[in-house]
Design a protein around this ligand. Structure first.
Ligand SMILES: [Zn+2]
Length: 215
C-alpha cells in the first residue's frame, strides 16, 4: 500500500511554517506517496478559495510524482459559524479536531451537522476511547455508521497515540470493528516530520485491516 500522510499544515494556517510546495517536496524526498494538505478552516476564513486553487495547482504540477490531496481541518470548539458549505465542495476530505475537548460542541449536535459533509471525513487527534466514556456510548459503532475514519496522529503531541500503538486490547477492538484508520504527521514545519514513525504507524493500521485508501 502507498505511504500516506493526510495531515500537513502550510502557511495558510496561522501555525504553519512552509509553503505547499515545500511540504510536497519534503514528502517526495522522504518516500511519501500520497500527501494531504490540511490547513485550519479557522485560519483560512475567506482565503479558502485561494487555498483550494493553490493546492490544485500543486496537484497538477506534481501529477506524475506524488498524489496531492486537498483537505481541511475543521475546529469544533465551537462549530465554525463562518463555514460556507458551497465553498468546500472541491475539498477531498475533512478532519474534525478536538471533539474530545471539554469545550467542544456537543457530540449529538455534531452528528447532525456532520451529515452536511459528503466528502470523506475523519477525527483528527481525538481519543475516541475517552470520548466513548464521556458520553457513555459506543463511539466506534457511531463512527462506522456515519462513515467517519479515525486518525492516528504521530506528532507526539497526543497521548492517545502512545496508548494505542502499545495497547493490544484496543488494537483488537478496532480490528474487530472494521473502523477505517488514517495516519497523520500533523506537520507544521518540515523539519519536524518523522517518516519512520509514519511508516510504522501505517504498518500497524494495515495490520488492523482497514487503512484509508484514496484512488
Ligand atoms: Zn492539524
Amino acid at each position: 500500500m502507498k505511504l500516506i500522510d493526510l495531515h500537513n499544515h502550510t502557511t495558510f494556517s496561522y501555525d504553519g511554517v512552509n509553503s505547499c510546495e515545500e511540504i510536497i517536496e519534503n514528502a517526495l524526498s522522504k518516500g511519501i506517496e500520497v500527501i494531504g494538505i490540511c490547513d485550519h478552516q479557522y485560519s483560512l476564513g475567506s482565503d479558502i478559495g485561494e487555498y483550494i486553487r493553490t493546492v490544485n495547482e500543486c496537484k497538477r504540477k506534481y501529477k506524475n510524482k506524488i498524489e496531492v490531496l486537498c483537505g481541511l481541518e475543521i475546529g469544533t470548539r465551537p462549530e465554525p459559524r463562518d463555514l460556507v458549505m458551497s465553498s468546500i465542495k472541491d475539498i477531498d476530505y475533512c478532519l474534525f479536531e478536538c471533539l474530545d475537548s471539554p469545550v467542544s460542541m456537543d457530540f449529538y449536535e455534531f452528528l447532525e451537522w456532520v451529515k452536511l459533509f459528503d466528502m470523506p471525513k475523519g477525527f483528527a487527534h481525538t481519543d475516541i476511547f475517552s470520548l466513548s466514556q464521556r458520553y457513555g456510548i459506543d463511539i466506534i459503532k457511531i463512527m462506522k455508521e456515519n462513515n467517519i475514519f479515525w486518525e492516528i496522529n504521530t506528532s507526539g503531541n497526543y497521548t492517545y497515540y502512545y496508548d494505542f500503538i502499545t495497547n493490544k486490547e484496543k488494537q483488537e477492538i478496532i480490528k474487530k470493528s472494521g473502523l477505517t484508520l488514517s495516519v497523520g504527521s500533523d506537520t507544521h514545519w518540515i523539519k519536524d516530520l518523522n517518516v519512520n514513525k509514519l511508516k510504522s504507524c501505517q504498518d500497524l493500521i494495515e495490520k488492523l485491516g482497514n487503512p484509508i485508501i484514496f484512488s
